[in-house]
Design a protein around this ligand. Structure first.
Ligand code: ADP
Length: 269
């Protein structure tokens, strides 16, 4: 059997992409897409060229969070052009390809896998410092096809795991860790999102639950497995607002402790 022509195309498409990072979470609602979007904006703010692939085929939220919901993907001679969010960040998502944006995407595995292949094979990514992948919660078809395709076409730099600080999230996170170990994806570190709360009156962050109630689980897990703990990002109502408005948090709240935390996360990568 000769080499897979699709893999050859993907390898060529990604040959000028320096780093490929997956963002994973054990379950939904922990702020994985929010962290993905803010990490992409933070990297872009440092003048790095960033591509953002929304592999959450059935529940794409990146276009809304980056303020490009109304945009469309254009076809050029070189392939599909990703949607530009600003000078440094561009996005691809199923959202752009749906004729009716409010329709449910009811697709089985093979069709989802095909779409992820299209994102890598047909998009003209060009030169990028980082390609960041938002993923659905858990470890499903989308994860397996993304990892498999990347590994066959130049490799994956690693994964960032997002969790909340409560102990209840730990079993789900262990499954993500086990997925990374099995698929040989290096773990770049763990981020504890919604860790503490930024008071709207004084803009300072404080813990919601003291550690004896289980907060700090992300840090303990990182220690246990021996991979980096990238930090705690507090709950800040302005971060939710930034997601609704599709802008970076630093644009509406540059002084937020969450901005400082996100900067540290990027420093740790
Ligand atoms: P997931 O991708 O894990 O399902 P989302 O990123 O969609 O989760 O986040 C769920 C909701 O929580 C969104 O409305 C988002 O704006 C909000 N959110 C996430 N992290 C924070 C945070 N640190 N502070 C405030 N709101 C947050």
């Amino acid at each position: 059997k000769g080499p897979d022509p699709d893999i050859e195309i993907i390898t060529r498409r990604l040959q000028n992409v320096k780093h490929k990072i997956l963002v994973l979470s054990g379950k939904g609602g922990v702020g994985k897409s929010t962290m993905t979007k803010e990490l992409a904006f933070t990297l872009g703010h440092r003048n790095l060229l960033v591509g953002l692939v929304d592999t959450d085929i059935c529940g794409p939220s990146i276009p809304r969070m980056t303020g490009v919901r109304a945009e469309e993907v254009h076809q050029s001679a070189g392939g599909w052009e990703p949607v530009a969010v600003d000078d440094n960040v561009s996005v691809i998502s199923t959202h752009f390809l749906l004729p009716n944006k409010d329709d449910a995407v009811v697709w089985r595995g093979p069709r989802k896998n095909g779409m992820i292949k299209n994102f890598l094979k047909d998009v003209s990514w060009g030169e990028l410092d980082v390609l960041v992948f938002d993923t659905p919660p858990g470890t499903s078809d989308e994860h397996i096809s993304t990892v498999t395709l990347l590994q066959q076409s130049g490799g994956v730099s690693g994964a960032v795991i997002v969790t909340t600080p409560q102990e209840v999230a730990v079993a789900d996170v262990r499954r993500e860790i086990s997925f990374c170990i099995k698929t040989k994806v290096p773990i770049l570190g763990i981020v504890e999102n919604m860790s503490g709360f930024v008071c709207p009156k004084c803009d300072k962050s404080s813990m919601v639950f003291p550690s004896k109630f289980g907060e700090g689980a992300g840090e303990r897990l990182a220690k246990e497995y021996g991979f980096p703990f990238l930090g705690r990002v507090p709950l800040d109502p302005r971060l939710m607002k930034a997601c609704e408005e599709g802008v970076p948090l630093r644009e509406i709240a540059s002084d937020s402790p969450a901005v400082i935390a996100l900067d540290r996360v990027v420093d740790g990568l």
